[in-house]
Design a protein around this ligand. Structure first.
Ligand SMILES: Cc1cc2nc3c(=O)[nH]c(=O)nc-3n(C[C@H](O)[C@H](O)[C@H](O)COP(=O)(O)OP(=O)(O)OC[C@H]3O[C@@H](n4cnc5c(N)ncnc54)[C@H](O)[C@@H]3O)c2cc1C
Length: 389
């Protein structure tokens, strides 16, 4: 006998747990079952993330998703409290800094104009301004920087556990099992099959399986361009003390921020062969990250890598942006919330609210994410970020 539930969410990482929370927080909430194959989250992307949250995007949809989500993170401890116990996520408003050379200066300025129109506080700094604010930075080959002082970083695992605990307290069921099959009749998925032999009859299936989302899509023949892409997160220390830094990113994808006594970050390789690969190349830091770091901040000439972890991006090969919403026209009750390509943690609250609106209200009520939907994939019309990714 199949059990019945209104919504099945595949994957209980930051995205799945957020969706479960926003659904159950409704006045008349649907019955929600989250299927998560590994409740220890040993290989999930969320706990391996760097924790950066920023409004510095070019697409209005991404800026709006961040704006809602960062405001939500600032109140997370209280909003997600259960039985009076706050859900601490260590949010730190340390700021973000994007730095570019001449060739990308106009783009950075154009992006800042869009951000400001949407209410983002961003300072544009020329070379002198950069030097004054960040004296340890080498600026001779830079033209301009965008410093958003109200962005920052947080503890990704805390976010996941906070959403999960709150969603559970509101009645969402988290099931430790693996989704192995989806049964589709006509334009609807009717049944979700689990490795244990259990079957769930349902009205909605939400694919929040992160780097594994492409495999879930394949179960009903949906050709989603989402592939796992390995990325390292390094923890390193600097021999010399320097001024407090924000989360720094450049055009070549160097990205790092302060963490404890040191720093955490990396330099993703876009040409990384796709696949579920968690092996660590112990030379990568010295070969790729350190030269970029020491060039930009000469104080890092003497640095030591203390730790490294490999994690997976749920890379959307079409345009590097999330795919949010139903498989329109083909299977209307199968919703995708994946393909975040490195931005999923910071967009988890906004995505949770958006999916809840699609299911409970029949359409977007707050941020119109139609452009991030499946149609652009079907039409092969990329909707990419411009400038720093
Ligand atoms: C090194 C690194 C640094 C990053 N830095 C940032 C950052 O600074 N800021 C940011 O916003 N994002 C960052 N990201 C991206 C971010 O981690 C992801 O976009 C986000 O965590 C995705 O969340 P998720 O819930 O979709 O995926 P996950 O956390 O991976 O959750 C998906 C879950 O689905 C489960 N699952 C898979 N298949 C099945 C199945 N068949 N049945 C049941 N369950 C299944 C998995 O076990 C997993 O727990 C980074 C990623 C990496 C790797």
């Amino acid at each position: 006998m199949a059990e019945t539930t209104d919504v099945v969410i595949v994957g209980g990482g930051a995205i799945g747990a957020s969706i479960a929370y926003f659904l159950r927080d409704r006045p008349s909430p649907p019955d929600v079952t989250v299927v998560e194959l590994d409740p220890s989250y040993a290989l999930a992307s969320t706990p391996r993330a760097s924790g950066g949250v920023r409004r510095l995007f070019s697409l209005p949809e991404n800026i709006q998703l961040s704006d809602f989500s960062i405001g939500f993170f600032e109140r997370f401890a209280e909003t997600m409290a259960v039985d009076g116990s706050p859900a601490e996520i260590g949010y730190r408003r340390g700021g973000y800094l994007f730095i570019v050379p001449d060739k990308a200066a106009a783009l950075l300025e154009a992006n800042a104009a869009v951000q400001r129109r949407l209410g983002v506080k961003v300072d544009l700094l020329d070379r002198t301004g950069l030097s004054e604010r960040f004296p340890s930075m080498f600026v001779d080959d830079l033209a301009i920087g965008a410093h958003s002082t109200e962005d920052g970083w947080l503890d990704p695992h805390g976010v996941l556990q906070g959403f999960r605990r709150k969603a559970s307290s509101l009645g969402a069921r988290f099931v430790a099992d693996e989704v192995t099959g989806l049964d589709r009749t006509g334009q609807r998925v009717r049944r979700v099959r689990l490795a244990s032999g259990r079957e769930l009859r349902t009205d909605w299936v939400v694919n929040a399986a992160g780097a594994w989302a492409g495999e879930i899509c394949a179960m009903i023949g949906m050709p989603a361009p989402i592939r796992p892409m390995r990325r390292y997160e390094h923890y390193f220390e600097c021999a010399e003390a320097i001024e407090p830094l924000p989360y720094v990113k450049d055009l070549d994808r160097l990205a790092f921020r302060p963490e404890g006594r040191g720093y955490t970050g990396g330099l993703p390789n876009s040409d990384e062969p796709r696949g579920f690969n968690f092996e660590v190349d112990n030379d990568y830091f010295g070969r790729v990250v350190w030269p970029a770091l020491a060039h930009r901040f000469p104080a890092f000439e003497r640095t030591r890598e203390r730790n490294v972890m490999a994690g997976l991006y749920d890379q959307n090969e079409l345009d590097g942006n999330a795919i949010i919403g139903p498989w329109t026209g083909t299977c209307d009750n199968f919703l995708l919330a994946a393909g975040f390509s490195g931005h999923g943690l910071m967009h988890a609250p906004g995505t949770g609210r958006a999916i809840a609106e699609l299911i409970c209200d029949g359409g977007y009520q707050s941020i119109d994410l139609t452009r991030l939907g499946w149609s652009r994939v079907a039409r092969n019309e990329p909707c990419p970020e411009r400038g720093i990714l």
